[in-house]
Design a binder for this molecule. Sequence first.
Ligand code: NAP
Length: 495
Amino acid sequence: MSSSDIISVYSPATGEHVGDVPAHTADFTRKAFAAARDAQKQWVSTSLQHRKAVMLRLHDMVLERQSELMDVIQSETGKNRASAFDEVLDVAITARHYAYAAPRMLRTRRKKGALPVLTHTVEEHVPHGVVGIIAPWNYPLTLTASDAIPALLAGNGVVLKPDSLTPLTALKIAELLYESGIPRDLFHVVSGSGGVVGRAITEGCDYLMFTGSTMTGRRLGSIAGERLIGYSAELGGKNPMIVAHDADIERAVQGAISGCFSNSGQLCVSIERIYVHEAIAQEFLERFVAAIEAMRIGPGPEWDVDMGSLISAEHRARVEDMVNDAVTRGATVLAGGRALPDLGEAFYAPTVLTNVAKRSKLYREEVFGPVVYVETVDSISEAIQRANDSEYGLNASVFADPDTAWEIASQLEVGTVNINEGYAATWGSIDAPMGGWKASGVGRRHGDEGLLKYTTTRTVSSQRVMPVSGPGEVARETYTSALKTALKLGKRVLR
Ligand code: NAP
């Protein structure tokens, strides 16, 4: 293998070289599919109790080896320890939830037949075959393992491409999956570029799970459409927070800190716009800025660091350009608004802007960094209208008295609404679906759909005694008349 076939991984926080992985080819990816396809034929015949036991072992293993996992995650993302721990927690919760829920979701169900008693009908859930997963860099453990877990439990093989910036975490969780009992040929991590490996996955898989930008998501969606395979995509967001007149201000400030700056704002459900009622706007802003000034930012594994670096110096420059563009067009910087070169090339300060002009890039476009702008509103209806005025519809956060908050939530055009929380309440509710409206995605992860999407259905009906069209010896007219009477009776009896 020549040096051009290597992807070198560097820590964005320290610049240190942290590892090398192969940049695989399309042919290598196709071989991974062939192996996974063979292995899946065995795997699908294993019992759900066996698959459940494997995932419960994985649950224990990620918790036992959390430090090892967090070290790898931090080394290639630059995120702070707490954000790395969120990933470990997410994988453990997902493994536990689906391990216990899969037997219920996947069991063969009796359905009503064409003719009561005479038709015995069942619905079966059958795995697609080999699922392709293409993941981004921002949550390299969560967005690889937590999508693979339900796919494997449902009886599929998996070929997974991690982002080229963060392949080491995916390789680490692959080791843990194998140790937990997943056959090596069933689950493959194939490192390489989106244009080569990503494309081969899109062309070879039986179902595609993609997390990443809306632009790539649209492109992959059209290929999935051409191939007529199932497709689920978790894409970008420009997520709003509403702080109503009756909000608990301190709670809203803490919610904004975690909603805007967790994982340095590189979170699909991160808050990038805040609409605060004028009655409390000044106090909210003063406290918010004071809380930001108290944040600890830097590299390293210490638990008390509140925010780490961005994913790369290039991404930091992109964030910086967007903020500078807004400032040039008249925005006021209340906090941050600058890179932090003393900490490293990829660090950018948590930033709050006001007076952002509508023609600024970041007014509508996702920054995917620690940058939020605040607008003051004079009514809840105005806040709702502005929150919904976006091409995206992923997540929203509402800080208000509960009655006000539930009323606001019912009017928001998004896949998840967090009341008195930034994003973690819905994300952590693994039993409920999570995903975006509008340009934020198609399909859902989490909830029953997060596993059932990795299956297709087969309905099997067995006809007893006579065909649905009636016994041959009875005249058609007599039979249809009997059917009519049965239908009338059925309306009253079969509710
Ligand atoms: P991206 O550029 O779309 O890349 C995501 C993944 O797709 C990478 O593994 C990339 O590979 C691969 N890829 C790129 N082009 C491809 C192609 N033509 N065919 C197949 N694969 C291809 O997104 P990103 O910049 O890494 O991630 C940031 C975006 O993801 C943000 O917009 C964010 O909101 C979104 N996101 C959404 C969620 C969610 O759950 N809704 C979660 C996290 C992130 P390489 O880069 O290795 O070449």
